[in-house]
Design a protein around this ligand. Structure first.
Ligand code: BES
Ligand code: ZN
Length: 460
């Protein structure tokens, strides 16, 4: 591997510069105004692949383009498919950023920018490791395919549709899917993530009088949509953190004793966790540890709530309507569609006379758990040990990457979730960052991954 390592050492600055170039493109997929920028980021990926001599195509969709690339097949070796996303979340609130979100800045060994860790920086590690093989060693030891989308942050709808087509399935066929869009367990402790949560996301509108009313003249006589909304949302979870939608837990696969023991042996400090996020106490479902609740138990959170007077000072108003965005994080084998039906029925029953409700099903995806007993897992663990100088621990996460389930179904390929990020990277928040040392360790681990995977017998 010495050639490769020399190449990686010699190109550190170049790799960082390339990442900065991509980070300067504000590819915010949820905001239609930024569609040209999202496309520009996709085109940037395409030109990277072409420069590496890969076959690459910009695949148009009803939304943002999918960028596909592949290296030549290698006889007798498995095929790896890398999935990643070049879109990012909106940077708001802007005034909380120490440096502008789309002007990457290096500070204390980190690179600060929207998308630094989620997912431009992490995804690029695999492109750069392929570059190291192609330019430093001439040929990759296995076939690597890339599918990099621009809609992960808004539900991956068009990639989902693309994967349904048998022609796409043939094109993307792979033995294993490599994804770097998660985190390490902590600084200096790399991890392989073997479980992702699913999601079911809703908007609820409660509609009352035809216009805002005086809360003195009409309060006590007219149902207040904001009060009704608060009661309805409040009824979703009881005082013990148990979700109250009928049948909600029916399909939940319980944690195994092995998992509970595995989580318990991880060095996790509740105090340090509280300090990191600036809270004085933790809460959640009774009977489960914090890591169990975060990684392997379903949850429910209000993501946004509005209605009535929001301006300065006070205004005695009985609002004509109130709304909320809320979502459940799911675990295998919960089915988001089944949940939607039960939830709708429950909310309709709770909705008081004098107001009406509208429940909008925004998006949903089931959770996933990957088997730890596979030669690909072993290969990944070895590669991480090379790249990070320490063997990985096995963790789950509360985050979701909806398309991972589709890969399993459409390609029958298990995912390898190799996260190079950290829990305090400020994903989706102001001052998102990626540790530059982890960027380079990730590239090195990825470079070794191609060698380790090439040695796995894929004919079994
Ligand atoms: N990289 C995250 C997934 C993630 C988050 C993994 C936290 C590990 C920890 C991904 O880009 C993401 O944010 N996904 C969304 C999906 C949603 C919009 C359907 C999420 O989890 O909120
Ligand atoms: Zn994200």
């Amino acid at each position: 591997m010495s050639h490769l390592e020399e190449y990686l050492e010699a190109n550190r600055d170049r790799f960082e510069e390339d990442l900065c170039e991509l980070l300067r493109i504000p590819s915010i997929s949820t905001d239609a105004e930024y569609a040209p920028e999202v496309r520009r980021a996709g085109e940037w990926m395409h030109s990277q692949f072409l420069a590496l001599g890969l076959d690459s195509e910009i695949i148009e969709t009803a939304g943002h383009p999918i960028i596909y690339a592949e290296s030549p097949p290698i006889e007798g070796a498995p095929t790896a498919l890398v999935y990643g996303h070049y879109d990012v979340q909106p940077p708001d609130p802007l005034d909380e950023w120490k440096s502008p979100p789309f002007e990457p800045q290096r500070r204390d060994g980190n690179l600060y920018a929207r998308g630094a860790t989620d997912d431009k920086g992490q995804m690029l590690t695999h492109v750069k490791s392929v570059q190291a093989w192609v330019e430093g060693e001439e040929q990759l030891p296995l076939q690597v395919k890339f599918v990099i989308e621009g809609e992960e942050e808004c539900g991956s709808e068009n990639l989902h549709a693309f994967l349904k087509d048998p022609k796409s399935q043939e094109r993307l066929a792979a033995d294993v899917v490599v994804v770097s869009d998660t985190s390490q367990f902590g600084p200096g402790q790399p991890a392989i993530t073997y479980g992702l949560k699913g999601i079911a996301y809703y908007e609820l509108h409660v509609i009352g009088p035809q216009q805002d009313l005086h809360s003195g003249s009409f309060g006590g006589a007219v149902t207040n949509p904001a009060n009704a909304l608060a009661r309805m949302l409040g009824a979703l979870v009881d005082d013990f953190g148990r979700i109250q939608v009928p049948g909600f837990y029916d399909d939940v696969i319980p944690l195994t004793d092995r998992e509970r023991n595995m989580f318990a042996t991880l060095a996790f400090s509740e105090e340090a966790f509280c300090e990191q996020i600036g809270v004085s106490a933790l809460s959640g479902e009774a009977g489960f540890s914090t890591l169990e609740r975060r990684w392997a138990r379903p949850t429910c959170d209000v993501n946004g709530i509005w209605g009535g007077y929001q301006g300065a000072g006070s205004k005695t108003v009985l609002p004509s309507r109130a709304s909320a965005k809320f979502s459940f994080r799911l675990v295998p084998d919960q089915d988001p569609q089944k949940l939607t039906a039960a939830l709708r029925e429950m909310l309709e029953e709770l909705c008081p006379p004098g107001v009406t409700m509208e429940l909008v099903d925004m998006h949903g995806a089931p959770g996933v758990v990957v088997s730890l007993e596979s030669p690909y897992m072993e290969a990944a663990a070895k590669a991480i040990e090379h790249g990070f100088g320490r063997s990985p621990v096995f963790i789950r996460t509360g985050g979701s990457i909806p398309i991972v389930t589709d890969f399993k179904e459409a390609l029958n390929a298990d995912p390898l979730l190799l996260g190079w990020g950290l829990d305090d990277d400020n994903t989706h928040s102001p001052n998102e960052k990626f540790c530059l040392a982890d960027f380079h360790r990730g590239i090195k681990a990825s470079a070794y991954l191609w060698r380790e995977l090439s040695r796995v017998d894929s004919s079994e």
